[in-house]
Design a protein around this ligand. Sequence first.
Ligand code: ZN
Length: 277
Amino acid sequence: MAASPLLDTSRLCVHTITTQPWPVEEAIERYVQAGVAGMTVWRQALTGRDPARVGEQIRAAGLSIVSLCRGGFFPAPDPAGRQAAIADNRRAIEEAAALGAPLVVLVCGAVPGQPLEESRRQIKEGIMAVLPDAERYGVRLAVEPLHPMYADSRSAINTLAQANDICAELASPLVGVAVDVYHLWWDPHLEAEIRRCAQARRLFAFHVSDWKTPTEDLLNDRGLMGEGCIPIRQIRGWVEEAGFSGFNEVEIFSNKYWAMDQQEFLQAIKTAYLRHV
Ligand code: ZN
């Protein structure tokens, strides 16, 4: 069953990358003016800044900090590469703690030519290696499955079933999943796997955008909600039936939208959110 329409923006979160042309300080101000309630901070938005100070600014403006994007990219062909990835994920967890973000989203990684099973093994080892850091800082980690078109180089975890499996193996209350409709809408097992992760209390985040036909760029041509073919409201219904009551996070990478006036784009996001999420 599809969820009822959203009547307000009290659960609307926007990722800083969605309005990438704005520095984080401007994004904070504009989001608050638009009635956005939450912000997910991308690490590049923190470049040259003190994460603790940015966290204070976000909270002082009245926005909730939903998560930090992103950690991951654990697989590498050699041990030195894998160690470097682990060190970078430790820094991401520290940044999240300083910022005051309760969650780090993991785009888990893959190496072209390396068997996906091997990459998944390295992902599991990488997460195990940083779990003590997550525990020390009380920061949760969300494995985000990516659409299979990214299985070559961005993630060897491509279905929610695979993400659920790795979480079950790690068996930590700090490790869960991020459900992103862009990556998962096509999966015939999606509803069942959403129920599975919710039962295990590991549904940590919900990301929305839309799938355009044709998609002109594999990375940076995501659509605004309602512009594509994803049954977003139906998937939100599954997520909420499973007990999720967190933010609906708008995460759009789009050369087209980054080129337009960001204030107009933010208004379009708000309209599309109320109409299609
Ligand atoms: Zn996402």
